[in-house]
Design a protein around this ligand. Sequence first.
Ligand code: EPZ
Length: 426
Amino acid sequence: MEYFRVEGGRPLEGTVRVQGAKNSALPLLAATLLARGETVLRNCPELTDVAAALDILACLGCRAGREGDTVRVDTSTLSGCVIPDGLMGRMRASVLFLGALLARIGEAHTGWPGGCALGARPIDLHLGAFRTLGALVLDRGSLLSCESAGLRGRMLCLPFPSVGATENAMLCACGARGVTVIRNAAREPEIVDLQNFLRSMGAEVHGAGSGRILIRGGKPLHPTDYTVMPDRIAAATFLCAVASAGGEGELTGVCSRDLIPVLASLETAGCAISKEADRLVIRVKRPLRGIGRLTTGPWPAFPTDAQPLLAAALAGGEGTTEIVETVFERRFRYAGGLRAMGADLRVAGDTAYLSGRPLRGAEVKAADLRGGAALTIAALGAEGESRIGGLDHIDRGYRGLEKDLSALGASIRRIRSTSGTKSSDT
Ligand code: EPZ
């Protein structure tokens, strides 16, 4: 059993290099299946979710290996199209292998995807896209079967700009003869990174980031050598850590453009931020001030993944903030942990009502990935010692969060122990 021990209440000072993006590396690893041969992915973060994707590739017969931040995937030995429950259940992004397998070999048989329990999280839009492109999709209870004798390009319109459904439709459309147009597509920066990756394999893809994506499919693709974009949510985590504890932090290897909604909210809360294309410096004098109403949504709105992070920083400030979560039904599971630290936080339906006040250290446990990062952020601003358990959630999305926060000057250590920490699920 591991937990973080954090000594809070000290201003931070330091520099951290931002990791490659989990939410881009995962669709890119699935996309390696689209071309026969060895693809090289650079700046690919060492995370448990990435390890799960590499295990899926190995289970399909591919050879995958890592040297530092570089991952090599050789798909010339692809031999299977079955992904067992155990592997599918380890994360949500496993569903992206269905679109890639359908495009490459016209068949995929899998269990159902897992991932953070942020709400219902159905995959109806993914399956709807496969059907529109001509696949036969059978829900056999614990097994999902997708087959196609020949995918065809089509017009498809998503009722909601789902990130995963857009990515799966793009992957599947690469194997469909003719033109596919995805309307009301997700516009997140990770969608643009996927388009750029597919183009570097020789695919004809246009419009990512605009909400209307056009793919001319059925062309043979080739392996590539590609660098994964920086992780905007990891960057938001480090910015909120400095915002919570006060002090000064420098982020390098970051893409400032991808952080516009987050930077705007932090500046409203009183943070001074100097921006260059790939470098950010944040200076914070506590206490932060409340920012009024914040509503999450699909890009370019405020990202739902950064909502717990900002809430944790604001909890130790002053003034009020109302957070309306519009993407996931259960994204306030960190609230109980913040209250254990003394936060004035009330959740009613899709809204959290926060009134900033000084926090004190406590023993808490992560219930999901970003909730765990939020509790760590709050602990940095809280007086005294905190213990944060549930690190298996945190390790899914951060390559050693304690190391990166230590680089920013935080007093945080990963402790191995036989006894657990208290649950903080609301
Ligand atoms: C991606 O999840 C990210 N994960 C999430 O990050 C992120 O929170 C989310 O996009 C929104 O930005 C990865 O990229 C691996 P969606 P995804 O499909 O693709 C509903 C993190 O912390 N929906 O855009 O699962 C769904 O239930 C993770 O790094 C359907 O109803 O998100 C949700 O309410 C957490 N039917 C909403 O759409 C579908 O078929 C948004 O989901 C698909 C989605």
